[in-house]
Design a protein around this ligand. Sequence first.
Ligand code: GRF
Length: 198
Amino acid sequence: MATAQKNIVILISGGGSNMAVIARTAEKEAWRSRWGVQVAAVISNKASAGGLELAKGMGIATAVVPHTAYASREAFDAELMAQIDRHSPALVVLAGFMRILTPGFVAHYAGRLINIHPSLLPAFPGLHTHQRAIDAGCTVAGVTVHQVTAELDHGETLAQAVVPVLPGDTAETLAARVLTQEHLIYPKAVRAFFERAA
Ligand code: GRF
């Protein structure tokens, strides 16, 4: 039986399907009683993010820190950190969080900040990964879970999954195929983070 409580804070900007699958897996696999691990809060930079309602429906605390309300990245990140640190997180999970984070933010959560990126890193860091993979003539694409470091979409790889690029694929059809793999590997990578720490 685990002792100290280990909180996960998940940051989202959109639909939150990765967030939801992590939270559901935590429930289903009883992470709280096994490792003291729970999803304590979901925070979005967008009030319209669909994932906020999903999180509320699962009884998870939510908060919004709208990036448009802050004059600089540093000011936004300072408020974001304040909101996150209310939950003393053991792990901060970026799940479709579409903001570039400052080096100060990344340093503050060094070793306990992970991201999912829809490409086989180090290929295609940044945006529009699916279209770029199609345009480059790739026959496979995929997804990477990685530690976050100051350089965008770099950092130690924790998990990857590969999918085929099929004839006639569009960015949308490829993204949907990749997303099914995201939902498989992200909960596993989060669980592995705590298993390693246990
Ligand atoms: C995922 O494809 C993630 O890899 C990308 O944004 C999407 C987020 O989806 N960066 P969701 O919000 O988890 O549904």
